[in-house]
Design a protein. Structure first.
Ligand SMILES: CC(C)(COP(=O)(O)OP(=O)(O)OC[C@H]1O[C@@H](n2cnc3c(N)ncnc32)[C@H](O)[C@@H]1OP(=O)(O)O)[C@@H](O)C(=O)NCCC(=O)NCCS
Length: 192
């Protein structure tokens, strides 16, 4: 049973997510989300190259993705009504303590479209799809001030391959208690 304070916090959090979801969809009007296909791949890579520092693939999180298939039903692209790519999000499966976890990222929005709610739309829509598909927990490496609005919190006791700042290792439970008792290094998985 949740205490009164925790229950109130949970209700408030649910309300913030519902409002955030509505706001993101309104702000990102005229933007269409769909699953990424093979034909989108080069354009998505170019967007990531533009939005991230050179050498992004040297990051330790890329070692977890090498040779592993993406979770295709959750990798989304956002186009405007002229068909111009505005943003993209990808997911990979990884393993922590023998449990399957979704690794969120990269996510990027074209610099000319940032601050319009597109990032929020991609986050909320893909996380809704993940929940609907039965995924239980999500992990990412990123800035807590951005991701906490989607419910992500610092994950204690879960280690990304070094060098990763532990304060940037964030998790979200898509099912109550899904991260409880799950500790250890993040490892590559064979699922794909
Ligand atoms: C991070 C990113 C995906 C957000 O997409 P976006 O479409 O601009 O985001 P939204 O419009 O949904 O949200 C904008 C809000 O997020 C805030 N925000 C964006 N990046 C942030 C960050 N790194 N830390 C804290 N807040 C951030 C903005 O200040 C803005 O705040 P406001 O709503 O109070 O005005 C986009 O800025 C981007 O592609 N950045 C470069 C690549 C990157 O850093 N990817 C994330 C890797 S961890």
């Amino acid at each position: 049973m949740l205490g009164r304070r925790a229950a109130k916090g949970k209700l408030a959090h649910g309300l913030i997510l519902r409002l955030g979801r509505r706001k993101a969809k309104e702000r990102a009007a005229q933007v269409y989300l769909r699953e990424e296909t093979e034909a989108d791949q080069r354009e998505v890579e170019a967007l990531y190259d533009l939005c991230f520092a050179p050498g992004r693939e040297a990051l330790s999180s890329y070692r977890l993705r090498e040779g592993v298939g993406r979770v295709r039903e959750l990798c989304l692209v956002a186009h405007d009504d002229l068909g111009i790519l505005g943003g993209a999000i990808r997911f990979w499966p990884v393993t922590v303590a023998g449990q399957t976890v979704l690794l969120l990222g990269p996510i990027a929005v074209h610099p000319t479209r940032q601050g319009e709610g597109l990032g929020g739309y991609l986050m909320i829509d893909s996380l809704d799809r993940a929940r609907a598909k039965g995924w239980e927990r999500v992990l990412l490496v990123g800035d807590a001030p951005y991701y906490q609005r989607f419910g992500f919190r610092k994950l204690n006791g879960v280690q990304m391959p070094p060098p990763t700042n532990p304060d940037r290792v964030l998790g979200l439970a898509l099912k109550d208690g899904a991260w409880t008792g799950i500790h250890g290094p993040v490892q590559r998985t064979d699922r794909g």
